[in-house]
Ligand binder design. Structure first.
Ligand code: TGC
Ligand code: FAD
Length: 396
C-alpha cells in the first residue's frame, strides 16, 4: 500500500535514525551515560589530557561504579547484567567525550572483570567482582610485552610451579591503569600453555611504572608491569583459563566496546565540525556554505552513520548469541578507520582552532591513533577478516 505522507527530512544528528531502533531501556542507558559524561567528564577532559593523566582515578572509578557501567554486561556479583547493545551505548557515549575514559571502563569491565568472570573460581569472583563493579577496586589486564604485541603467543612472562605455589617472572608493557590497579590479571606461559593469574598489586616482586610522554590517550594512565619472582598461592591461577584462546576471548569483549566507542568519537567530531562550519564565516558567509566544506560534512555523515549502524548490527548479533569474533574484527577495523577519517576532516574544518584543546577534534584524532593500535592493530583485524573469507592465514 502506498503512503502519501511526505517522509520527514533526515535529522542531521542521527541521519539514518539508527537510535530509533533502540528499545526504551537502551535509550534510558544512553541518556543516563550521556548526561553523566556531559556533566562530569566533558568539562574536565581537555585539562586531564593536557596534564597527561587522570588526577583522581579512584574517584573516577567510584563514579563509574555508581553509574553502573563497570562490568555492566556481566551477570551476578554486583554487575548489571545488561544487554550487549546497552553496554555498547555506554561505550559510545563515553568515547564521544574521550577514548581514554571509555578505555578505563573497557579495561575494568571487559578485560579484568571479564577474565575473572569467565575463568575465575567462585572464590575469586566473590573476592573481586563486587568491589570492581562498585569501582572500589581497580583492575588491569597484562597481556602485551615489550617484545610481544600483535603476537601474544610469543610472550616471555613465565609462571612456574614451586611446590603448590606459582612463581611469575616477566614484564608487561602498555598496560592501561597498571600503576593504579589493586589487582592485575596477568597472562603467563606455563608448562600447560598460557594461563591467567590474579595478582594483587601489593604482592612482593610486583611493581608498576607509569609510561610518560604519550601523545595519544593522555587522559588515561598507561604503565609497565614488572614481575620479579612474584610468588602466588596455588589458587591465584584462573582455573578455567587454558591456552591463548582464553585472553583472546576477553579481547573480543573489549574490542566490541571499541566498535561502539569509535562510533561515538566519530559522532563527536562530526557534531563539532557541523557546529563550527555553520558559525565560522569567511568571504562573507558561513564556511558550511562552501561546496568543499559540504563534501567533508557529507563524507562525515556517511562515516558516522555507517559506524553507528555497524555497531548496532554487531550488538544485536551479540545479544542473539550469533556474534563471531570475526564480526568484532569487522567492526573494530571499519568503525575505527571511519572515526579516523572523520576526526581528520573535522580538524581541517576547524582551521587553526582545530589544533587546540579548545575544540575536541585533534584530541580525538590523537586518541584514535591508540584506538587503531590497541586491541589488535588495523592490520591484525584486516588479516582476521582475510582469513575468515579465504580460509588462509596470512599472519605468519
Ligand atoms: P591462533 O592460533 O589464531 O589462535 C590461538 C587460539 O585462540 C583462538 N582465537 C580466538 N579465540 C577467541 N577470540 C579470538 N578473537 C580468537 N582468535 C583466535 C584460536 O581459535 C585458537 O584456539 P585453539 O583452541 O585452536 O588453540 O593464534 P595466533 O598466535 O596465530 O594469533 C592470532 C591473532 C594474531 C589474531 C591474535 O594473537 C591477536 O589477536 N593479536 C592481537 C593482540 C591484541 O589484540 N592484543 C591486545 C592486548 S589488550 C589491549 O590492547 C587493551 S587496550 C585497552 C582498551 O581496550 O581500552
Ligand atoms: P607490533 O605488534 O610490534 O606491530 C607494529 C606494526 O607491525 C603494526 O603496524 C602491526 O599492525 C604490524 N604487524 C605486526 N604483525 C603483522 C603481521 N603479521 N602482518 C602485518 N603487519 C603486522 N596491552 C595490554 O595487554 N593491556 C592493556 O591494557 C593495553 N593498553 C594499551 C594502552 C595504550 C595507550 C596502548 C598504545 C597500547 C596498549 N596495549 C595494551 C598494547 C596494545 O595491545 C599493543 O600495542 C598492540 O597489540 C600492538 O602491539 P605492538 O605495539 O607491540 O605493535
Amino acid at each position: 500500500m502506498s503512503d502519501s505522507r511526505k517522509p520527514a527530512a533526515p535529522d542531521p544528528h542521527d541521519f539514518l535514525a539508527v537510535d530509533a531502533d533502540l528499545s526504551d531501556t537502551e535509550r534510558d542507558v544512553r541518556d543516563a551515560v550521556r548526561g553523566f559524561a556531559s556533566r562530569e567528564l566533558a568539562p574536565n577532559v581537555a585539562e586531564w589530557f593536557e596534564a597527561g593523566t587522570l588526577p583522581d582515578p579512584r574517584g573516577l572509578a567510584r563514579a563509574f561504579g555508581s553509574l553502573g557501567v563497570l562490568g555492566m554486561h556481566l551477570e551476578g556479583y554486583g554487575c548489571g547484567g545488561s544487554s550487549a547493545v546497552a553496554y555498547g551505548l555506554a561505550c559510545r557515549e563515553l568515547e564521544a567525550v574521550d577514548s581514554g575514559l571509555r578505555s578505563f571502563v573497557s579495561v575494568q569491565g571487559s578485560l579484568a572483570m571479564a577474565a575473572v568472570h569467565k575463568f575465575g573460581s567462585e572464590e575469586q569472583k566473590q573476592e573481586w567482582l563486587p568491589r570492581m563493579a562498585a569501582g572500589e577496586a581497580i583492575g588491569c589486564f597484562g597481556l602485551t610485552e615489550p617484545d610481544s604485541g600483535s603476537d601474544p603467543g610469543s610472550m616471555r612472562t613465565r609462571a612456574r610451579r614451586d611446590g603448590s605455589d606459582w612463581v611469575l617472572d616477566g614484564t608487561k608493557m602498555w598496560i592501561t591503569n597498571g600503576s593504579v590497579a589493586d589487582v592485575a590479571v596477568v597472562w603467563a606461559a606455563t608448562d600447560e600453555g598460557v594461563r591467567g593469574f590474579v595478582v594483587p598489586a601489593d604482592t612482593p616482586g610486583f611493581s608498576a611504572n607509569v609510561i610518560h610522554r604519550k601523545l595519544s590517550l593522555r587522559a588515561s594512565i598507561t604503565s609497565e608491569l614488572v614481575l620479579e619472582g612474584v610468588r602466588l598461592p596455588a589458587d591465584a591461577v584462573l582455573p578455567g583459563s587454558r591456552g591463548l584462546g582464553s585472553p583472546l576471548s576477553c579481547l573480543n569483549e573489549a574490542r566490541y566496546g571499541i566498535v561502539w566507542g569509535a562510533a561515538g568519537a566519530a559522532r563527536a567530531c562530526y557534531e563539532a565540525a557541523l557546529e563550527y562550519a555553520l558559525s565560522r564565516e569567511q568571504f562573507g558567509r558561513p564556511i558550511a556554505g562552501f561546496q568543499l566544506t559540504q563534501r567533508k560534512l557529507a563524507d562525515m555523515v556517511v562515516d558516522v552513520n555507517q559506524a553507528a549502524m555497524t555497531a548496532l548490527r554487531i550488538g544485536r548479533l551479540k545479544d542473539e548469541g550469533r556474534c563471531h569474533h570475526n564480526h568484532v574484527s569487522f567492526g573494530k577495523l571499519s568503525c575505527v578507520a571511519a572515526a579516523q577519517r572523520v576526526a581528520a576532516a573535522a580538524r581541517s574544518v576547524h582551521g587553526a582552532n582545530g589544533i587546540t584543546l579548545e575544540y575536541p577534534v585533534m584530541r580525538h584524532m590523537l586518541n584514535l591513533e591508540t584506538v587503531a593500535t590497541y586491541e589488535g592493530t588495523e592490520e591484525i583485524h584486516a588479516l582476521s577478516i582475510g582469513q575468515s573469507v579465504t580460509g588462509i592465514s596470512a599472519f605468519r
